[in-house]
Design a protein around this ligand. Sequence first.
Ligand SMILES: Nc1ncnc2c1ncn2[C@@H]1O[C@H](COP(=O)(O)OP(=O)(O)OP(=O)(O)O)[C@@H](O)[C@H]1O
Ligand SMILES: [Mg+2]
Length: 356
Amino acid sequence: MIGLKDSDKKNYNTRRRTLLYLIQKYLNDYGYPDIATTLKSEALLNDYEVCDNIDIDIIFLEYCSYQQLKFELPEEWKQFSDMIMRTTLSKNSKIHFKDIIGNDEAITTIKEAVILPLENPLLFENELKPWKSLLLYGPPGCGKTLIAKALCSEIHDYMSFFNITSSVIISKWRGDSEKILNTLFIIARNMAPSVIFFDEIECLTNERNTIHEHESSHRLKSEFLTLLDGIHDSNDNIFVLANTNVPWLIDSAFLRRFEKKILIKLPTIDERQALFHYYLEDSKKWPNHIMEEIKKLSNGFTGDEIRISYVIEKKDVCVNSQLLIDILKSMKPNSYSQYEKHCQWQEEKGSMDRKN
Ligand SMILES: Nc1ncnc2c1ncn2[C@@H]1O[C@H](COP(=O)(O)OP(=O)(O)OP(=O)(O)O)[C@@H](O)[C@H]1O
Ligand SMILES: [Mg+2]
């Protein structure tokens, strides 16, 4: 524990010991007596017993403060680490990759970057390195955030997942935003393997403008670029996933740091059918010619718009195909107009599909 005062060192050791006692009690209480006995003998836990009324929340709080000491953060930064642990560390959202229709390219890349190295570490022992950063972009409502939620559920047993929106990072106090960002990366490194997910990243990474931009915003972006470089240059097990609807607003220095930039497309005709079947169980029984009409009418609709058409229908209780057809006729595909711009951006700056 380089750099810690003696009192902090003592505190750190006490915390560690307390934590081990608590873990031992947890293992005993939750039906793992053999592991509890092994832990007790290996960690030389003979002096004390934990009271009966200690619960899992206390164990969690103890764990958080132990982590804080371990990170060796300056005192004034600890408030940021508290905030990050409290507000961004995500829990299982119960959405899985199997719940996402289409978007195969993004899901495969994420699995290769995050799940494959954990399941087959030997593959990445030598020159081969997993992807460390991925930008998902595309029209609103096509499943970008959904993919992040599914990743969180898939890995939540063995990785930490930090869900970051710009409001977590942007602070009204000068200089605090950089400290929050730094603290986030320190925590992610210490709790690795970790995924840091930046939703709507354009808010933090728009074009740097030397004339009109406030100096603190400029400094924050420089700091962010350095931290992103850090994950690529080191063996820290951190993966950065980011989302945006407007990739053309992102500064080129940030774009360069995303190894992969994948377009989340509007659903194809078959994917639209799968979406209706997924959200509207009854539609599986509808005759082919009705489904053909529904697929045509929903051309250009996002996954979210298809889900909404079903929600409107469900309010009418009677789920029937004619009503859905009428609703679809009255709806307009909102994201279609910008989709061309997304496809053009993909041609110029995005990563191409593997199939191409
Ligand atoms: N491919 C899909 N498969 C299943 N459901 C989908 C799909 N795409 C969208 N949805 C539905 O639409 C909802 C909204 O999607 P999501 O929040 O992921 O969109 P987004 O791309 O992040 O949009 P925005 O850019 O506006 O944040 C999801 O919660 C889900 O119910
Ligand atoms: Mg989103």
